[in-house]
Design a protein around this ligand. Structure first.
Ligand code: PMV
Length: 315
C-alpha cells in the first residue's frame, strides 16, 4: 500500500524577476535533480511527516501555519476528498535556496504521491495550483513559474496574469538541444529578499524598472524564437544581455559577476544568473567540447559546484 512519486528541479533560462510583473519567462525542467515523497498507511491516528533534509519528524496536527509540507498535505487531501492515517517521508537531492525550485519540487512530489496513494489523479495544472499555495509561504508574490514548470515537467513559457485571468502556460519548442553549465555560487539567497528589493526599487522608480522589465520581455521573445528555430548560437548573447538587465535591477552580486567573468573568459558563449539572484546559480551556454576548461575556471573562481546538463534532450 506504499506509494511514492518524484518531481524534478527547474532552471529559469530567461526572464526571472520581470515575470513577477507580467512579462514572459522561459524555464526548463532539470531532470538530474529530483525530490521524492513516500506515503504509507500508519497504525496510529494522524499524519506523521518526516522531512529528511530538514532533519525533522513531526505530526501534521502540530505543524505551524507557515509549514509548507503541512499546508500542501491538507490542501491536497481536500482536493482529493480523502483522509487517512499516514506516514509521509520526503527526501530531495535538490539544494535548497539555490534557484533550483527545491520547495516546489518537494511539494509536487508529495501531491503526486498522495494522489497515487488514494488511487486518484490530479492534472499537472491542478498540482501546480496546489503547489502555488505553498510557494506563497516562501515569498509573498511568487509568479508561479516554479510550480508550473515542475508540475508540467517540460520547458514552459510562462506569463503571469492577474486573477480572474489565467496565467499563460505554453510548452515551448526546443528545436535543437543545447548544453548548459550551471555553477553554484554556494551562497543561499532567499528569493523573498531579492523579490522584495526589486519591488521597493520599482515603487521608488517605476519608469526605470518598467523599462528594464520590457527589455527583459523583449529578450525572452527573441530567445523563444531562437529556440524554436534551432538558432542556438544566438542564445549566449541573449543570456548576457538578460544578465545586464538583472544587474541593473540590483539582483546580481560580486560573486555572480566573478563567476560570469571566469566562465566567459574560459570560452562560454554567454551567461547569466538564474532565479532570485545575489547567490544561487549562474548558467552558461557552452559548447560541450569546452566543458572541462570552463568547469575548471569556474571552480578556480570559487564556484561551490558545477554541473552540465542538456536542455531539450529527450530523457
Ligand atoms: O529563486 P527561484 O529560482 O525560485 O526563482 C525566482 C524567480 C523570480 O522571478 C525571481 C520570482 C518569481 O516568483 O518568479
Amino acid at each position: 500500500m506504499m506509494t511514492s512519486a518524484s518531481a524534478c528541479g527547474k532552471i529559469i533560462l530567461f526572464g526571472e524577476h520581470a515575470v513577477v510583473y507580467g512579462r514572459p519567462a522561459l524555464a526548463a525542467p532539470l531532470t538530474l535533480l529530483r525530490a521524492r515523497a513516500r506515503v504509507e498507511p500508519r497504525a496510529q491516528s494522524g499524519i506523521l511527516i518526516h522531512a529528511r533534509e530538514l532533519g525533522r519528524v513531526y505530526e501534521l496536527s502540530a505543524a505551524t501555519p507557515d509549514d509548507a509540507l503541512a499546508r500542501l498535505t491538507r490542501l491536497t487531501l481536500d482536493a482529493l476528498n480523502a483522509s487517512a492515517n499516514l506516514s509521509i517521508e520526503i527526501e530531495s537531492d535538490i539544494p535548497m535556496a539555490s534557484g533550483f525550485g527545491s520547495g516546489a519540487a518537494i511539494s509536487t512530489a508529495l501531491a503526486r504521491a498522495l494522489a497515487a496513494f488514494f488511487d486518484k489523479s490530479l492534472t499537472p495544472l491542478e498540482i501546480s495550483e496546489l503547489v502555488y499555495e505553498t510557494e506563497k509561504l516562501y515569498h509573498g508574490t511568487p509568479s508561479g513559474i516554479d510550480n508550473t514548470v515542475i508540475a508540467f515537467e517540460q520547458p514552459i513559457r510562462f506569463t503571469r496574469r492577474p486573477p480572474p485571468a489565467r496565467n499563460e502556460i505554453a510548452p515551448f519548442l526546443i528545436a535543437r538541444p543545447f548544453t548548459l553549465m550551471i555553477a553554484n555560487t554556494g551562497i543561499a539567497s532567499p528569493t523573498k529578499i531579492t523579490v522584495g528589493d526589486v519591488r521597493r526599487g520599482w515603487q521608488m522608480d517605476p519608469a526605470t524598472y518598467e523599462k528594464l522589465f520590457d527589455a527583459i520581455g523583449e529578450i525572452v521573445a527573441q530567445a523563444s524564437s531562437a529556440l524554436a528555430r534551432g538558432e542556438n548560437a544566438r542564445l549566449g548573447e541573449l543570456m548576457t544581455r538578460n544578465q545586464l538587465a538583472l544587474s541593473a535591477l540590483g539582483v546580481s552580486s560580486r560573486e555572480i559577476e566573478k563567476l560570469l567573468d571566469a566562465g566567459l573568459r574560459a570560452g562560454a558563449q554567454g551567461g547569466k544568473l538564474s532565479g532570485g539572484g545575489r547567490g544561487g546559480n549562474v548558467i552558461f551556454m557552452i559548447d560541450p567540447r569546452d566543458a572541462e576548461n570552463i568547469k575548471r575556471a569556474l571552480l578556480d573562481a570559487g564556484a561551490a559546484s558545477v554541473m552540465v546538463t542538456e536542455v531539450g534532450a529527450k530523457h
